[in-house]
Ligand binder design. Structure first.
Ligand SMILES: [Zn+2]
Length: 341
């Protein structure tokens, strides 16, 4: 099968935090465990996966989404400060947290290339979904990045970057972003609040980061993390039994707000998983089967309306983070999803 027929995109160099001295519990082997699980299930992944070696996302693409001064920082000597900020590696007194530069084997600045590769996978997954009906990216979903700063481990907002580029290229006119990561998609909501061509849904834990952030920025302006998505679904602790009902209702509201989109991007976080290890993801806890049911609900909703969908493996931390992704992808590629692959 030629490379262009791939349905899963993975960057040649993934963000491996340890190499940069960053102590965030993202298992570097998440993608390889997912693909190994598919192979064990008899799926020929060599026909499915395209390894992305060159970033195709450019400065011009970033400028459709981010403030010019922020983009300038990313491509100049301001990069390191911006990366420390986005990965939250400096405390209020200027000391390092979760960061041990003496343990780094690579300069921090190389992280930008990795992030651009991840954003490229997002863009390619969107392109492929437009032709095939669906596609998956093993990276991306940097939904916390705002116009003028990054936070929550997100430097640039690949989701909005990909959608605006596809619009500039005349490939799509209207899109949905369906964000099922456990953390509110704050950057995406803020970036698209005045954009009638993109409608967003975020279902997330009702308490905790980023909703716990102050209501104003240090300069006194309102903090953009509190801007609601088009459809905002906070799920309180103990409300997990209603998760699927709330998601289903939310999808209906999204469709009422913006019917017949050309594309949906799913920020496909695995961090609501009960075995996730990120402390800030603990407010919402779903079983593997509940996450599978969530993914089926999304899949069927898109399929019934013939909305092409690009799924981005977003948050998911610790040694079990691969399991929800693998569970659903096995279902898709073993044929139950009625996919010809
Ligand atoms: Zn998350």
């Amino acid at each position: 099968m030629p490379r262009t027929e791939a349905l899963i995109f993975r960057p040649a160099l993934e963000v491996s935090f340890e190499e940069f001295g960053i102590l965030i519990p993202i298992a570097d082997d998440r993608t390889s465990r997912v693909l190994a699980s598919l192979r064990e299930a008899g799926v020929d992944t060599s026909r499915l996966v395209q390894v992305v070696e060159e970033p195709l996302i450019t400065r011009e693409d970033l400028l459709r989404v981010h403030e010019p001064s922020y983009v300038e920082d990313l491509f100049s000597s301001g990069l390191e400060r911006r990366l420390l900020e986005a990965y939250e590696l400096v405390d209020e007194r200027g000391g390092y947290v979760r960061y041990a530069p003496e343990r780094a084997s690579r300069p921090l600045s190389e992280l930008l290339t990795r992030v651009l590769l991840g954003a490229t996978c997002t863009y390619l997954a969107c392109l492929r979904a437009l032709r095939a009906g669906h596609a998956f990216s093993c990276a991306g979903g940097y939904h916390h990045a705002h116009a003028g700063f990054g936070h929550g481990f997100c430097v640039i907002n690949d989701v909005v970057i990909a959608l605006r580029r596809l619009m500039a290229e005349g490939r799509i006119r209207r899109a949905w972003v369906v964000d099922v990561d456990v953390h509110k998609g704050d950057g995406t909501a803020a970036l698209t609040k005045d954009d009638p061509s993109i409608a967003t849904l975020s279902i997330h834990m009702a308490a905790g980061w980023p909703l716990s952030l102050p209501s104003t920025l240090p300069d006194g302006r309102p903090h953009p993390s509190h801007i609601p998505s088009t459809v905002e679904i906070p799920v309180a602790r103990g409300e997990e039994a209603r998760y699927h009902e709330l998601l289903g209702e939310g999808l209906t509201r999204l469709e009422e707000h913006l019917p017949h989109p050309d594309l949906a991007v799913v920020v496909w976080g695995a961090d609501p998983y009960e075995k996730d290890e990120l402390p800030s993801a603990a407010e919402l806890s779903l079983s593997l089967e509940a996450l599978f049911e969530r993914d089926l609900l999304l899949w069927e909703f898109m399929r019934a309306r013939e909305v092409p969908a690009a799924f981005l493996m977003a948050g998911g931390y610790g040694p079990h983070a691969w399991e929800p992704f693998a569970r659903f992808l096995r279902w898709v590629f073993q044929g139950e999803g009625n996919v010809n692959c």
